[in-house]
Ligand binder design. Structure first.
Ligand code: CA
Length: 230
């Protein structure tokens, strides 16, 4: 289960990434456009896909929108620019993580290790985990209760749902839209995004030792939030 598919039309980048991954003993397959990438994803069932967002036959975001539900793999997208809108669009469409070119090899390998760690978590999550704990925070899913340093804290239902969503996606960047869709079940309006900010500030006041330097829920500037996993 350590198969990685690289979908990238730039030959030098593809070669660089595949060589790097092979030195780490990953099983690597490669495609140079979206169509053949999808075909390989179906036939080889890779655990991780590294997807360039600027493909010759289609846009990477479009690729994710079209195929996400058909593919189990963790998708890490790679964007040429430090372009917040396209990162956000890719995450909204169902990408799991992103990297901005030029990226350093260590960073790419770290993201891949995280992806594989999440896969093993996902497998064990099927065994009905009833608790989540990280540092001083404990969530009891069955009872719907939160404890900080063993002292119960009280959250509003919305705060609880947001915390739950982020904790379940620990390590993964969640866009504001993803959170709103999960919590409010709606397509995000500007007003919802504003509400989310207010709720997030209240939630942080309740769980974070310092609201200016959060340790549980981190802000990913221009994109959304991520539950710390370091
Ligand atoms: Ca490209």
């Amino acid at each position: 289960m350590s198969k990685i598919l690289i979908i990238e039309d730039d030959l030098s980048i593809r070669h660089f990434v595949s060589t790097l991954l092979m030195t780490q003993k990953y099983d690597v397959i490669e495609a140079n456009d979206g169509q053949s990438g999808f075909a390989l994803a179906l036939s080889h069932n890779p655990a991780v896909i590294i997807l360039d967002l600027g493909l010759p036959d289609m846009d990477g975001v479009e690729w994710i929108e079209k195929y996400r539900t058909l593919i189990n793999a963790t998708i890490i997208c790679v964007t040429a620019r430090d372009d917040h809108p396209s990162k956000v669009a890719a995450l909204d469409a169902g990408a799991d993580d992103y990297l901005t070119k030029p990226f350093n090899p260590g960073e790419l390998l770290a993201r891949i290790r995280v992806a594989f760690r999440h896969l093993s978590h996902k497998t064990s999550a099927n065994l009905a985990i009833s608790e989540f704990s990280y540092r001083n925070l404990l969530i009891d899913f069955d009872k719907g209760r939160i404890f900080l340093k063993n002292v119960e804290i009280h959250l509003t239902p919305i705060e609880y749902q947001i915390l739950l969503f982020l904790a379940k996606n620990q390590g993964r960047v969640c866009t504001s839209r993803m959170i709103i869709r999960d919590v409010w079940g709606s397509t995000a309006t500007e007003g919802d995004i504003q509400n989310l900010r207010v709720v997030m500030a209240n939630l942080r006041r309740k769980i974070e030792p310092s609201t200016t330097q959060p340790t549980y829920i981190l802000t990913v500037t221009g994109v959304g939030y991520r539950f710390n996993d370091e």
